[in-house]
Design a protein around this ligand. Structure first.
Ligand SMILES: [Zn+2]
Length: 74
């Protein structure tokens, strides 16, 4: 991984942290309720066999989210 990509990842992590803090304060002030999760912190769930992306899991609300796979029609 190049230094440039590392820096970019760090920026994205920082943005994500700031965004989750913002979401937390919005919830604390009652502007956004718990049901209004936008799954911003969703993490990919990959197969241990071939690394294929199976789904995404939101640590904030424990909801499993479907992923769009290439070559699949809805
Ligand atoms: Zn969520």
């Amino acid at each position: 991984m190049s230094e440039r990509v590392k820096g970019l990842n760090a920026d994205i992590e920082t943005l994500g942290l700031q965004f989750s803090l913002l979401l937390g304060s919005l919830r604390a002030s009652g502007i956004l309720d718990e049901g209004g999760c936008i799954h911003f912190n969703a993490v990919p769930v990959t197969s241990v066999v071939d690394g294929e992306l199976l789904a995404k899991l939101c640590p904030d609300c424990d909801e499993q989210l479907p992923v769009h796979r290439e070559g699949m029609t809805p």
